[in-house]
Each structure stands twice: as structure tokens, then as C-alpha cells.
Design a binder for this molecule. Sequence first.
Ligand code: ATR
Length: 265
Amino acid sequence: MPDRYAVFGHPIAHSKSPRIHAEFARQCGQKLVYEAILAPREGFSDAVRNFRNDGGRGCNVTVPFKEEAYSLCTRRTPRAEAAGAVNTLSFQGEDILGDNTDGAGLVRDLTLNLGMGLAGGDILLMGAGGAARGVILPLLECQPARLFIANRTAAKAEALAARFHIHGGGYADLAGKRFDLVINATAASLGGDLPPLPDALFAPGALAYDMMYGRDTPFLAFARECGARTADGLGMLVEQAAEAFFVWRGVRPDTAPVIAALREA
Ligand code: ATR
């Protein structure tokens, strides 16, 4: 019997994770199956418990269950603790180990796929929700000169930044500041909105990164107009999956062909 894995979410039908993990397994010669499971909004914990009782070895967790997954764990990695959310569960005997591979996935996409040096750079992170919080510790571990958090609700950015001993504020606080990397972790792109950004935001050679993927966003269009390099979140999606695969199986798949295949599709 192949080892069983799954991704839980609501909705989940359009998840690319089964395809990504099937490709990783094929590439690495690992015998496993990976399915997408729709958990009821009020039934996430039960769904995971059933999956585990049926022999599941681990699972990924996506919107809206990452915080609930955090509570479900008996042990957590430091990056999951910092994120306050869990996207990767490993069932080990009685233990449920919680990890969060989103930040590592973002950092690997930025550094390995996009050739962005983060050490000593000025980084702007837009947003102060779960998506933003999930990537702060791995970004700080790259030792940027500065990581500033900007959010529509400035107080939320200030509170989140304070947890990590960095600075945060509203978009008005960005006047006069320039960044080498600007990451959009807001939900603004979903509604076709653009946070109010000053024109002179991007340093020469800067990269604008939208965590959303699959369509051009107002943020990326704005960044292009300002002369910045742009990237969407498809690489992060594949890299966070590869990091989860590594957590479970101890082998690192080659992500480049998987990213290329998804982009073509
Ligand atoms: P997620 O888990 O995806 O981060 P969330 O916790 O709901 O989702 O957070 C959404 C983030 O997108 C917040 O930072 C939100 O700003 P507020 O805290 O001010 O609500 C931000 N956001 C959503 N729509 C936005 C918009 N149209 N312009 C700017 N920021 C927006």
C-alpha cells in the first residue's frame, strides 16, 4: 500500500497540490498517494482525525483551516510557532507535528528561482493577516537590512511588527522610503484592488512579488509601470509543497520542471 497524504481546505476542488505532489513522487520514486479533501467548515479536526485513523501519514492544510491546524498539533516547529498557523501536519505515533512551509517556500522561490539576494536588502511586506505573518520569520532569517510591514489598518501592522521587533505602519508611512523587494501578502489582488502605494517605492533593480498566482494583478501592473521586475506566487506554491515533501519524505524534489509545467498549463 502506498503512503497516504492529502490537502484539506474549503474550497479545495481547484487545488494544484495533488498534481504537484504526484509529480514530486514520480520524480523521486516515492510510493505515495496524495488527494484533495473538502473538509466542512465546522468539521476540519474530525476530517483530519478520520484521515489519520485511516492510515494517513500527513497532510497539508489550506484556507481557511491553517489556524485550526495550529491548535490541533501536539508539537510545532519554531517557524510554525512564529507563523501562528500550520500548513503541514505529520502524524508520528500519538503526536501530530505541525510545520509551516510557506515562508521557506517564498524564500526559496525568491533566492533560488528568481536570483534575489535578501541579505542586507530593504524589504516591504504588505498585509498583516495570516499570509503575511506566515513568511516573516523565514524572511528575517535571511538578514535583510530592514523588513517593514505596511497594512491598510496600520495598527494591525504595528502589532504584528512588534511581535518580531521590526517596524510597521500604514501605507502613508511609505512616503520617501524605497525597497529592493516588495511582497504583496494582502487580499487586495483578489478583489482587483491596489493598495495605495507611492510611485517612488521601488529601488533600482527592485522585485515586486505577488503571493497570488494565475492572473496579472493591479499590484504587478503598477510595479511594471514603475520599472520593477515582477513575479507571481506560483513558484512559492510549488516551493512550499517541495518543502512539505521534504519534511515528510526526507528528499528534495526538483521544482523547476514542475513550475514550468504549471505555468504552461
Ligand atoms: P490572509 O490570511 O490571506 O492574510 P486576512 O487575514 O483576511 O487573510 O488578511 C487580509 C489582508 O489583506 C489584511 O492585511 C487586509 O488589510 P486589513 O487588515 O486592513 O483588513 C488586506 N486587504 C484586504 N483587502 C485589501 C485592500 N482592498 N487593500 C489593501 N489591503 C487589503
